[in-house]
Design a protein around this ligand. Structure first.
Ligand SMILES: NC(=O)c1ccc[n+]([C@@H]2O[C@H](COP(=O)([O-])OP(=O)(O)OC[C@H]3O[C@@H](n4cnc5c(N)ncnc54)[C@H](OP(=O)(O)O)[C@@H]3O)[C@@H](O)[C@H]2O)c1
Length: 334
């Protein structure tokens, strides 16, 4: 089978012929129709992810048809259209994953930038019927992360005022769509005015460029303070999120793209009684709940662009440079 393989960090992924994977007990082989990129794939390529193991076929998101199942797996899965939950080995505690068993599909195990992938059959889910293959492949990792960030961690309530930073990102756009579906007023930040306009066209109330030095003041004047803020940038700009958080507000962070937090004024955190919290991926139950929300509200992932497996490098560079609005998808066998 064809697979895009990373052999050494900071090298291009190479299209390689690999043996088709074989299902062990409890596992399934899925013939992929489409896969999707996450920022994680860029971190993995640069060796900036904990527990690096090479060579590897990256890729955490995929949708396809169940091609084979191993011993002990229900044979009615065969031939079914599925999407994959890439949050592996979470464990029994919904508060956090078990660090001894948790992995994300696509490193250390081979992932979805290939024609076939092997996965524990417990991570197969029926593809939502209203989604195309490319839309279905776009959903799993980012959809799950956004769901847990908003609902389980951020305790989102209908009518809350929500701020999503860097709305062009994959997780951020799902957070926008899910919060809108939940009846919230959503504002966004972005480095691009065009992306803000596109977010407003999807239902955001308004947005502001995080490139403006005092954007938090302008946004505060326009929108007031926020109940829930979702962020993956962190870095020195995080203190501005503290400024626009309302009393009893919840700030949920799922990434640290811009590095360490600096200059947070403690008094703003304790007088406003803020909850600042982290989140990563989600539990199997949250994956189910995310799929239910997507199906009930007929939410369709926003696809930025579709590349072939051979075009993995330009696709990764587009993500690295934040040129996308929504998910970048690979056709692996449509
Ligand atoms: N903890 C988890 O489970 C989890 C899950 C998924 C992702 N992540 C992490 O979260 C981050 C985003 O992942 P992704 O896959 O959604 O990436 P992505 O699709 O590449 O999105 C990254 C976005 O970051 C935004 N950004 C850049 N500079 C910013 C700034 N100064 N302030 C606010 N936003 C800024 C950009 O938004 P604009 O284009 O709008 O400017 C960009 O589109 C990565 O670090 C990733 O590793 C963590």
């Amino acid at each position: 089978m064809k697979a895009a393989v990373l052999e050494a960090t900071y090298t291009p992924l190479r299209l390689t012929d690999l043996p088709e994977p074989v299902a062990g007990p409890g596992e399934a082989i899925v013939q992929l129709k489409a896969a999707a990129l996450n920022h994680r794939d860029v971190w993995v390529q640069k060796g900036l992810y904990p527990g690096m193991k090479l060579p590897v076929t990256p890729g955490s998101d995929g949708a396809g048809i169940v091609h084979a199942v191993g011993e002990g797996v229900d044979h009615t899965w065969l031939g079914r259209e599925v999407i994959l939950n890439p949050s592996l080995g979470w464990g029994n505690n919904p508060a956090h994953y078990n660090p001894k068993t948790f992995r994300i599909l696509g490193m250390p195990e081979d992932g979805t930038f290939a024609e076939f992938v092997r996965i524990d059959a417990a991570h197969l889910h029926n593809k939502p019927a209203h989604l195309s293959w490319t839309e279905a492949a776009a959903l799993p990792l980012a959809g799950l992360t956004a769901y847990r960030a908003l609902f389980s961690r951020g305790k989102l309530r209908e009518g809350d005022k929500v701020l999503i930073s860097g709305v062009g990102g994959g997780v951020a756009l799902f957070a926008l769509q899910f919060a809108l579906a939940h009846g919230c007023d959503v504002y966004v930040t972005s480095g691009s005015d065009e992306k803000i306009s596109r977010a407003v066209a999807l239902g955001a109330k308004d947005g502001i460029s995080y490139r403006l030095p005092q954007w938090q003041k302008e946004l505060g004047t326009k929108a007031g303070l926020f109940n829930v803020i979702i962020d993956s940038a962190a870095g020195p700009g995080f203190s501005k999120l503290v400024d626009v958080a309302g009393f009893g507000g919840r700030i949920v962070m799922y990434g640290g793209t811009l590095g360490n937090l600096t200059d947070i004024v403690p008094a703003k955190v304790f007088f406003k009684q803020l909850d600042i919290m982290g989140t990563t991926m989600g539990t199997p139950e949250e994956f189910h709940a995310m799929l239910r929300l997507v199906e009930e509200k007929q939410i369709r992932p926003v696809i930025d662009s579709v590349y072939s497996l051979e075009e993995i490098e330009p696709a990764l560079r587009k993500m690295e440079e934040s040129r996308q609005f929504g998910k970048i998808v690979l056709e692996t066998g449509l």
